[in-house]
Design a protein around this ligand. Structure first.
Ligand code: UD1
Ligand code: CA
Length: 455
């Protein structure tokens, strides 16, 4: 038997989140909790994923559209056993089943794999954890010999059973043959009137199936999220892990508690990151990159030796080596900087190719632009790329010099080595090496009398 069916329970309402968003779509590290579970589970070999949905089913389904998962609808939430039963018809009957939870986002793939291995030996793999305060959880009941013989839910437990601190995480694995056998035997004859998945433990014990309980490496791995407080706690723990991984890969963090990673970051050596930086989506950072405080970098590549100064925002930008960005720069989608380019304070770029060593140092908007190498764009230069309906491109050749406060009305082309006088509004092609200037000639009136106040 080598098929692996993974059932992820995600039908519950999650009312304690006090949210119109289904609980399992709330995020950790910018990614829906359910997606964390799916991603980790998908890394197991031959895994087929089944998601049990119910509350806000359409919403959850839409959020996962295009992914290789099968849905099972649980219209009424009648307990965890009932939830698993909804997926049973889609499950191969000669393999292994692993049960996970959409609101327990950080269960590690290694832990899942260990449970699967136990089930592949014909035993029941159960993930348990010892808690100082086990209130509310199902208790693990063991025989005198120390074997697990049952799980008793808190509400059904006796005083003596409530003193047990080993609790059920809910995560387990077993053969699908056994599951198929036991699920139909569940009854709702208990304190909550629900079909408890946990009742299969006593059935296994009675039939002499060995139940092997293992523990996770950390309690956070099995921590469920029921409210936003628990979500925030897990988020901090997750972020600590992200920060630690970066530091071990050669990143110096001014404060590991003040970096947020919401995606996948890859880094070179000797990267320095100051406080309050957010790395979002897919971010690739080369060697010797410095990122100052309060920067937000999303889906971007940063070449080696680049320095991003404080309060800069980059989105879908490709930055080559040794660039100088900010402070207060905004690189919008489609910005490409060649090496040694400089984007200074209060400069916004969008769909702009900036050539090697070119500088846009102050207060400019450069959008839909092809800028050559060695270009100097003066303060306050604006590419007027939009006529209210269509967008047009501005082309600037190598070594051009654009004087301050210039409006380049696209479509327009500035030749290589051309010079634009400050304050110009350029609407026509400027040839290579030309000077273009559209300023009104300066007038002088001698002995000018300023207006005086009427008495
Ligand atoms: C369950 C376990 C308990 C364990 C605890 C760990 C049972 C009977 N009890 O209790 O032993 O200590 O988890 O957190 O299994 N769900 C559905 N459909 C349903 C019912 C639940 O999809 O009909 C989902 C919920 O969305 C939730 C998960 O299953 O994600 C657990 O359900 P919940 O009702 O919270 O179980 P607990 O009472 O906490
Ligand atoms: Ca719960």
């Amino acid at each position: 038997m080598n098929t692996l069916d993974i059932v992820i329970l995600a039908a519950g309402q999650g009312s304690r989140m006090k949210s119109s968003l289904p609980k399992v779509l709330h995020t950790i590290g910018g990614k829906p909790m359910l997606q964390h579970v799916i991603d980790n589970a998908s890394s197991l070999s031959e895994a087929k994923l089944h998601i049990v949905i119910g509350h806000e089913a359409e919403h959850v389904k839409a959020a996962l559209s295009g992914q290789d998962v099968q849905f099972a609808l649980q219209t009424e939430q009648r307990g965890t056993g009932h939830a698993v039963a909804q997926a049973l018809p889609n499950i191969a009957d000669d393999g292994v089943v692993l049960v996970l939870y959409g609101d327990v986002p950080l269960t590690q793939a290694e832990t899942m794999a260990e449970l699967v291995k136990i089930a592949q030996r014909g035993q029941l793999g159960l993930l348990t954890v010892n808690l100082d305060d086990p209130t509310g959880y199902g208790r693990i009941v063991r025989s005198d010999a120390g074997d697990v013989v049952a799980i008793v839910e808190h509400k059904d437990a006796s005083e003596a059973q409530r003193a047990i601190t080993e609790v059920n995480t809910g995560i387990l694995a077993l053969s699908s043959e056994q599951l198929n056998d036991w699920i139909p035997q569940l009854s709702a004859n208990n304190a909550q009137g629900e079909y408890y998945l946990t009742d299969i433990i006593a059935m296994a014990a009675e039939q002499g199936v060995r139940i092997q309980a293992i523990q996770p490496r950390t309690t956070q791995e099995v921590q469920g999220v029921n409210n936003r407080l628990q979500q925030a706690e897990l988020e901090r723990w997750y972020q600590r892990g992200q920060a630690e991984a970066l530091m071990l890969n050669g990143v110096s963090l001014a404060d590991p508690a003040r970096l947020d990673v919401r995606g996948e970051v890859s880094v070179g050596h000797d990267v320095t990151i100051d406080i309050n930086v957010i790395l979002d989506g897919k971010v690739v950072i080369g060697d010797n990159v410095t990122i100052e405080a309060n920067c937000i970098i999303k889906d971007s590549q940063i070449g080696s030796g680049t320095h991003i100064k404080a309060n800069s925002i980059l989105e879908q930008a490709e930055v080559a080596e040794h660039c100088d960005i900010g402070p207060f720069a905004r690189l919008r989608p489609g910005t490409q900087l060649a090496s040694h380019a400089k984007i200074g304070n209060f400069v916004e770029t969008k769909k702009a190719n900036i050539g090697v060593g070119s500088k846009v140092s102050h207060l400019s908007y450069i959008g839909d632009a092809e800028v050559g190498a060695g270009v100097n764009i003066g303060a306050g230069t604006i590419t007027c790329n939009y006529d209210g309906v269509n967008k047009f491109t501005t082309e600037i050749g190598d070594d051009a010099f654009i004087g301050s406060n210039t409006a380049l009305v696209a479509p327009v082309k500035i030749g290589a080595g051309a010079t634009i006088g400050a304050g110009s509004t350029i609407t026509k092609t400027v040839e290579d090496e030309q000077l273009a200037i559209t300023r009104v000639k300066q007038a002088h009136l001698n002995n000018w009398q300023r207006p005086a106040k009427k008495s």
